[in-house]
Each structure stands twice: as structure tokens, then as C-alpha cells.
Design a protein around this ligand. Sequence first.
Ligand code: NAP
Length: 256
Amino acid sequence: MSNPLQILVTGATGRTGSLVVQKLQALPKQFSVKCFGRSPQKATEIFGSTENFYFGSILETQALETAIVGCDALVILTSATPQMKAPSQTGQRPEFAFPDGEMPEQIDYQGQLNQINAAKKAGVQHIVLIGSMGGTDENHFLNTLGNGNILIWKRKAEQYLVDSGIDYTIVRAGGLLNEKGGKRELVVSKNDVLLKNTPDGITTGIPRADVAEVVVQALLEPNARNKAFDVVTKPESQATVTNNFSALFAQTQPGL
Ligand code: NAP
């Protein structure tokens, strides 16, 4: 029997990253998991210990290079996160800002490039990158938050990954939901077609747990290699629950 695949998950204390870690840890014959995070306290709160954790910022090349040694695959689940500022007057719309040093250009572009470069140096064979739908529309409202142009920077990093020569799977999720996974039919597409013209019977959302399952399956299924795709769901009530991920990935296309 072959050895388990050694995986590094970054953003491991994030809302989707932590679900990916738990799913990978539940399959010890297939996967051995290392986690990259920046808060030992948060890691302990979520996982009960900091075992298998490497701590640092994705802006620190050395920290990434140390964590990634010996890995077969990298799962990138880091992201800049806009913080809501309290409105100065009642009735005003809330404003958003990114913490100092954590603008999307730094986190979603430079931070992702740092991870891809560290992976290349370490001979990693496959990178699964979680991105976001909406990146073909520079006027998307998410780009206005904190003047961050977050979707534009994410998309530039995706192009860098496609051009890196490492096998890639780019999963561009629709709006993330904190709901149970494994209850919906997943629908894949590309380049925001489903946002521009959403067919009846399809939502533009997807539970984080379903995204985490897509990541796990992408690490296992050859059909997911060198593909980039959008993924949303049908509502739970209309579900023919997706369980054939090889068939799902066969519907996806290579290139950005
Ligand atoms: P999340 O909970 O916001 O997690 C982001 C992670 O990035 C956190 O673990 C954070 O660390 C980590 N991080 C940020 N800066 C870092 C740094 N300098 N060094 C190391 N780690 C750093 O993510 P999510 O909501 O699950 O989203 C997962 C992905 O899906 C993101 O790329 C997101 O943009 C994308 N997406 C989101 C939506 C949505 O509806 N929200 C829709 C589509 C796609 P800490 O845990 O220490 O904070």
C-alpha cells in the first residue's frame, strides 16, 4: 500500500481551512496533514492542541519554506478579511477596512505567490487554491470593500499558479454558507457565467463543508488536476446529492 499523501493546509484556523483539516485528518490512510496558521491560541481552541501546526505569516518566506518541506500537495485557504468599522452616524452604511499590512494585494496576491514559490522550491506536485467567484467583474462590490480590489488580486494570483508549472486545482466558490455539507447537488461552471445569468433552481451559495469536501476530493481525483472552476449548489430540497466527484471534475476545464 502507498504512503499517505503529505498535505500542508494554510489558513488552517480559518472557517473553511479548519474543516479541510478535520476532513483530511479523518482519512489517515490517504493523508498526513500539516497545518499553517498564525495563532497558537486559535489553533488550540479549534483543534484542542497545536500538534502538527507550523506558525507564521504567509508574508514570511522562511516560515512557509520550513512548513512545506516534504509535502506532496499544498492547500491554500488564506485570505485577507475586511473588518467592518462602526458607522460614525446612525443610519449610515457601515464601512469596511483591512488591517494594516493585510490588504488583498499583500495577502491574496503576494502571500499566495509566496506559498506557490515555496511549494515549487520544495518540489510540491499539486496545489489546491480556494478562490472566489466574481473575479471577472472589476466592478464587483467586493472589490470596493476597503478599496481592496480583493477579487482582482485573487485572480492575479490564480494566473500565477496556472503559469507556475505545478499541477493546480482552482476552486472558485460562490457565497460561503455555514451549513452542513453533503446535502446538496454541486454545480460547476467557469468565469462567473452562473453569477451573470443564474438559472432557475441554482443558488449562488455553497456550504463551507461542501467546499472542504471538494478540496479533499480534488487531492484524490486525477480529473481535478489542472482545472479552474466556479462551484455553487442547488438548494437542499432539490438535491440529488453530489457524491461522484470524478464525474463532477470531468465537467471542469483547464486554464484560468
Ligand atoms: P477565513 O475564515 O476568513 O480564513 C482566512 C484564513 O487566512 C484565516 O485562517 C487567517 O488566519 C488566514 N490568514 C490571513 N492572513 C494571514 C497571514 N498573513 N498569514 C497566515 N494566515 C493568514 O476564510 P473563509 O471565510 O473560510 O473563506 C475561505 C476562502 O474562500 C477565502 O479565500 C475567501 O475569500 C473565499 N470565499 C469566500 C466567500 C464568502 O462568502 N465569504 C465566498 C467565496 C469565496 P487567522 O485564522 O489567524 O485569522
